[in-house]
Design a protein around this ligand. Structure first.
Ligand SMILES: Nc1ncnc2c1ncn2[C@@H]1O[C@H](COP(=O)(O)OP(=O)(O)OP(=O)(O)O)[C@@H](O)[C@H]1O
Ligand SMILES: [Mg+2]
Length: 257
């Protein structure tokens, strides 16, 4: 994916993302980090056609995403928005099966292959046992994993995930990052917005730091995630140490009084 000079705004408001250019490394995991309100979700919306750019373009395999028919785009690009709304009464397996919609004909039934993909996606997030449970009766973390399974089941070459590990305990966050990393290891291109800087640095091949609608820095996590950058972009006083080649962020304590 290539993002060229993208400017994104909501209605008549001032642009939230201005003139952003980004080459997303193919077949790699790119993590996008940045403070609340820095434009991460807006960027992902612009990259997935949920938001029409004021100017600039997003190229997918060389084609402007706005020139692709919706169905064709859905076969190439899977999107997990931040805080997706679960349809009422739907079971985990039913929600995951929706990921197969772009692959089916009009009124098409699920094929044996679809069923296998759905089973595999549920197993990848360890929800096989809960597959018949209504999603609104799952815990926040379980629900989040159902959504991830849904996007995985879509079987797209490109994935955009907005905070896939929010609501997850650290062990399940690591499980999800393993699944996401495995997707990239099999050649899929993944962009994930993450808040946990240490987790992002452990898994990302490429790290993009957003600040106020622009890219403040990008590159290998170990080169990008410095104490100076954390102070500049996040206003965070922290110590960065290196563990097995990846930076670990330890915030400095600020005690009241
Ligand atoms: N639907 C909307 N209409 C108007 N303004 C919006 C809308 N969505 C987001 N914004 C504004 O755009 C800016 C960037 O929001 P965005 O959701 O992209 O941030 P973010 O980096 O994803 O933050 P977070 O880490 O909190 O998810 C914010 O100032 C926000 O108020
Ligand atoms: Mg967001």
């Amino acid at each position: 994916m290539h993002v060229e000079n993208l400017t994104l705004a909501y209605g008549a408001d001032a642009p939230v993302v201005s003139g952003l250019t980004l080459e997303v490394p193919a077949g790699r995991l790119t993590a996008v980090v940045g403070p609340n309100g820095s434009g991460k979700s807006t960027l992902l919306r612009g990259m997935s056609r949920l938001l029409t750019p004021q100017s600039g373009q997003v190229l997918l395999d060389g084609t402007d995403i706005h020139k692709l028919p919706a169905r064709e785009l859905a076969r190439k690009l899977g999107v997990l928005p931040q805080g997706p709304v679960t349809p009422e009464g739907i079971t985990a397996a039913e929600l995951v099966s929706r990921g197969r919609h772009p692959h089916r004909g009009l009124f098409g039934r699920l094929t044996a292959e679809d069923d296998a993909v759905i089973d595999e996606a549920l197993a990848a997030v360890e929800l096989t046992e809960l597959r018949e449970r209504p999603v609104d009766q799952l815990s926040g973390g379980q629900r989040q994993r159902v959504w991830i399974a849904m996007v995985l089941a879509q079987g797209t070459q490109h994935l955009l995930l907005d905070e896939p590990t929010t609501y997850l305990d650290l062990a399940h966050a690591v499980d999800v990052m393993n699944v996401v990393h495995a997707a990239a290891a099999t050649g899929r291109t993944v962009v994930a917005v993450l808040h946990d800087l240490t987790l992002a640095a452990q898994y990302a091949d490429h790290l993009v730091v957003m600040g106020e609608g622009r890219i403040a820095a990008e590159g290998r996590p170990v080169d990008v995630l410095t104490e100076e950058l954390l102070d500049d972009v996040f206003g965070l006083q922290a110590t960065v140490v290196e563990v097995s080649g990846a930076p670990v962020v330890v915030p400095d304590r600020r005690l009241a009084g």
